[in-house]
Design a protein around this ligand. Structure first.
Ligand SMILES: Nc1nc2c(ncn2[C@@H]2O[C@H](COP(=O)(O)OP(=O)(O)O)[C@@H](O)[C@H]2O)c(=O)[nH]1
Ligand SMILES: [Mg+2]
Length: 386
């Protein structure tokens, strides 16, 4: 009983948050970018479709994979142990020739911006509670296995996108490289990224109180960037096991074999360990950037409109009012001074027995400039003083 009294109840907060999140479900959007033919569509199929539709016959790559010519969005609702995930895959048209990548980055950039804009509009609207989050949380950037590091084109596309989205670089078709070549290519790519100040997604530091297994997994994950992956839409039978792989005359390359590629590490990172962090960085860094730009644009627009209004209505409105006021005040002051002088003159004249101030009235009525008035004052004072 005494135990009950000590118990306030907030220890259930994590469960409450958990229940609420589970009820609401999760949303995640992944974009794939890179040259045509690098296996983007195949990898996406390998990453998700096989798991999503376990009972479905997986058709041959040739049957399934078609050339992507526009930004294509596929959404799937997945449920695993009661947790619902709405996964959106954005497949982009790859740059077809090795010279011009403008169309690709423009299409990707426009898509990302559009999702941010939609979110920004929804967030400023009335129904903020049920906003659908379609922002792109991660971009897998496919690097060809046959180059020596990043090409000018890769750098260009990455530079256009790195401030908008979490870029995760990937070495495509890693089955075409030996283990040594993979190692060398990874080093070259990381050096190029560093040299050209490209901001790829940074894995967060592992908390010191995490268990050793997790720390080890985290270390391995960080060490294998950029992930060297293999994709296949074909299921083969190897020693009685059904595996997704690629059949070569000398053997089978297994997509999910950690010795053959980093495919499983990539999938674990994307789905099991870093999905929430990718979403957090999208919200806190990339979206915040976009939002700041939006707000600054809106305020600049307001300033421009205000000055335009002022300019347009200037001669008739604000300016004329303040000018008239100023002028009126000036004139009032002048009149008051003149009246004072007049009163003094009249008193002195009275005292000397001469008649009322001739000509002063006309002077006051004509309201000459300040210099004239000052000169006149001096003269008058000297006359009076004499
Ligand atoms: N060697 C090898 N070939 C692949 C791999 N992934 C896909 N391919 C093949 O590359 C070709 C182009 O793949 P596709 O997914 O259409 O590329 P996309 O244009 O980037 O979407 C297809 O014939 C695939 O079978 C891979 O990991 N290794
Ligand atoms: Mg494709």
């Amino acid at each position: 009983m005494s135990g009950d009294r000590d118990y306030i109840g907030f220890a259930t907060l994590p469960e409450q948050v958990h229940r609420k999140s589970v009820k609401r479900g999760f949303e995640f959007t992944l974009m794939v970018v890179g040259e045509t033919g690098l296996g983007k569509s195949t990898l996406i199929n390998s990453l998700f479709l096989g798991d999503l539709y376990k009972d479905r016959r997986i058709p041959d790559a040739l049957e399934r994979v078609e050339k992507t010519t526009t930004v294509e969005k596929k959404t799937m609702d997945i449920e695993e142990r009661g947790v619902r995930l709405r996964l959106t895959i954005v497949d982009t048209p790859g740059f077809g020739d090795s010279v011009n990548c403008d169309d690709t980055w423009k299409a990707c950039s426009a898509y990302i911006d559009e999702q941010f804009r939609q979110y920004f509009t929804d967030e400023s609207g009335l129904n903020r509670k049920n906003i659908q989050d379609n922002r792109v949380h991660c971009c897998l950037y496919f690097i060809p296995p046959y180059g020596h590091g990043l090409r000018q084109m890769d750098l260009e596309v990455m530079r256009r996108l790195h401030r908008k989205v979490n870029i995760v670089p990937i070495i495509a078709k890693a089955d075409t490289l030996t283990a040594h070549e993979v190692k060398k290519l990874k080093e070259r790519i990381l050096a190029d990224i560093d040299e050209h100040d490209i901001q790829i997604y940074q894995f967060p530091d592992c908390d010191s109180d995490e268990d050793e297994d997790f720390k080890q997994q985290d270390k391995e994950l960080k060490a294998c960037t950029p992930f060297a992956v293999i994709g296949s839409s074909t299921v083969l039978e190897v020693a009685g096991r059904k595996v997704r792989g690629r059949q070569y005359p000398w053997g089978v390359v297994e997509v999910e074999n950690p010795k053959h590629s980093d495919f499983v590490k990539l999938r674990t990172m994307l789905i099991s360990t870093h999905m929430q962090d990718l979403k957090d960085v999208t919200q806190d860094v990339h979206y915040e950037n976009f939002r700041a730009q939006c707000i600054s644009q809106i305020s600049q627009q307001a300033i421009r409109e205000r000055s335009k209004l002022k300019r347009d209505s200037g001669p008739h409105f604000e300016h004329s009012i303040s000018d008239t006021d100023r002028l009126l005040l000036q004139k009032d002051e002048e009149i008051r001074r003149m009246q004072d002088i007049l009163a003094q003159m009249q008193e002195k004249l009275k005292a000397t027995g001469q008649g009322g101030g001739i000509g002063m009235r006309s002077r006051v009525g004509s309201l000459g400039n300040d210099l004239d008035v000052a000169d006149a004052d001096k003269k008058r004072n000297s006359i009076i003083d004499v």
